[in-house]
Design a protein around this ligand. Structure first.
Ligand SMILES: *[C@@H]1O[C@H](CO)[C@@H](O)[C@H](O)[C@H]1NC(C)=O
Ligand SMILES: *[C@@H]1O[C@H](CO)[C@@H](O)[C@H](O)[C@H]1NC(C)=O
Ligand SMILES: *[C@@H]1O[C@H](CO)[C@@H](O)[C@H](O)[C@H]1NC(C)=O
Ligand SMILES: *[C@@H]1O[C@H](CO)[C@@H](O)[C@H](O)[C@H]1NC(C)=O
Ligand SMILES: *[C@@H]1O[C@H](CO)[C@@H](O)[C@H](O)[C@H]1NC(C)=O
Ligand SMILES: [Zn+2]
Ligand SMILES: [Zn+2]
Length: 334
């Protein structure tokens, strides 16, 4: 009894002082800084990612969205995902090298925006032209917030990515490359996905999606009532199919905001378990994705929603998808 009750204590001491390491070979290290799809302002979409060398995380991180930054870093230190002697301010300034913003909604930007006054200059904000234009015109306009962009205080430069390009481009001051895809998030409002790959190891990549609705729901209605469906998810699944076949895609970060009962006319550009499974089946039809970790993001913090969504995704008896439900501050090795 005595030995058993001491065991957790001994384990926590053993991990506290050490840098995170892992025994199974990995390519990436991810720290979720915030995981909910709204309301909890200390826990909003933001995922740090870096490459690993010999199963040790490298020092140059990028942030995929920036809903919650500082509080998430504090939780990451508490949970030993960053070493216990990490100074959050120094880490934020020195080790987050770029912000990749999927779309301009505040639940994906607020933590980043509020921390801009203390940030180190020379970093890039990376995204679609449409997203960067909103940040420039509606946040960095010297009214909503000071202009931290290249025409103002110059803390950040903008890196506009072209969704029609099939190339991955380097992210400055990191060993990572990025390619962007368009997504619909209440058409015609655009969101985007980032394919992150290692420059030195082209066989390892992860796909991070911002908010998106299902292809069958996201439509454009013209004034004369003719309707078209952009089907951006379909197009992206086709584009990443070779990576799945070559066993190079480690993970897909994808949203599920509401339980499956949510009617299609109230999705507001989001997915449910039912719709996520429909979309994953399309990709799985090209090649089994059972080895690809499906990291479920952006669950709305309504009472009981998380438990219900987990049950609805796991109750998917004839497919073998590898779902992961991230927790704030708890690292994921990929
Ligand atoms: C953040 O949100 C997640 C998922 O919705 C939840 O499980 C977790 O407890 C929250 N973290 C904190 C520190 O409250
Ligand atoms: C971005 O969009 C603006 C406004 O539509 C346009 O003027 C500009 O040329 C675009 N920039 C790039 C790099 O596509
Ligand atoms: C990826 O390539 C590196 C060398 O570039 C190799 O060490 C590693 O085992 C490869 N990983 C996979 C999953 O093929
Ligand atoms: C389009 O549909 C709406 C609602 O269904 C209808 O009120 C409107 O008259 C239609 N417009 C045209 C040009 O058919
Ligand atoms: C689980 O799946 C079965 C069979 O498809 C269905 O009858 C049941 O309602 C599902 N349960 C939940 C919680 O979705
Ligand atoms: Zn959102
Ligand atoms: Zn959104």
């Amino acid at each position: 009894m005595l030995i058993l009750s001491f065991l957790p204590f001994i384990i926590s001491i053993a991990t506290t002082e050490s840098t995170p390491t892992k025994s199974i070979p990995s390519s990436f290290y991810v720290i979720p800084l915030g995981t909910t799809g709204g309301l909890e302002e200390n826990n909003l979409s933001a995922y740090l990612i870096t490459s690993t060398t010999d199963n040790t995380p490298n020092s140059a991180y990028i942030s995929l969205d920036g809903g919650t930054i500082r509080h998430g870093l504090q939780i990451a230190v508490q949970k030993n995902s960053l070493s216990s002697d990490t100074d959050v301010e120094t880490f934020f300034r020195e080790q987050i090298k770029a912000y990749l913003i999927s779309h301009a909604h505040l639940d994906h930007n607020s933590g980043f925006l509020l921390n801009t006054p203390n940030d180190k200059s020379g970093k890039f904000i990376i995204g679609l032209n449409e997203t960067i234009t909103i940040i420039q015109d509606h946040y960095f306009n010297n009214q909503a917030w000071a202009d931290f962009g290249p025409a103002g205080l110059k803390t950040y430069d903008y890196q506009i990515l072209d969704p029609s390009s099939t190339n991955s481009v380097p992210i400055a001051n990191t060993d990572l490359n990025v390619r962007i895809f368009r997504l619909c998030h209440t058409c015609p409002y655009l969101s985007s996905a980032f394919l992150i790959s290692r420059r030195d190891q082209s066989n390892a990549s992860v796909l991070y999606l911002g908010d998106t609705g299902p292809d069958d729901v996201e439509k454009i209605v013209q004034p004369d009532n003719t309707t078209s469906f952009p089907r951006y998810l379909d197009k992206m699944w086709k584009d990443i199919k070779p990576l799945v076949i070559a066993d190079q895609l480690k993970a897909i970060f994808i949203e599920v905001s509401y339980p499956s009962e949510r009617p299609d006319n109230l999705l507001f550009g989001h997915l449910t378990p039912k719709w996520l499974l429909e979309e994953l089946k399309k990709l799985n039809a090209y090649h089994s994705i059972e080895k690809v970790k499906i990291i479920v993001t952006h669950i709305k913090p309504e009472k009981g929603a998380r438990e219900k969504i987990i049950e609805q995704l796991k109750n998917n008896s004839n497919q073998h998808f590898n779902f992961i439900f991230p927790q704030q501050g708890e690292a994921i090795w990929l």
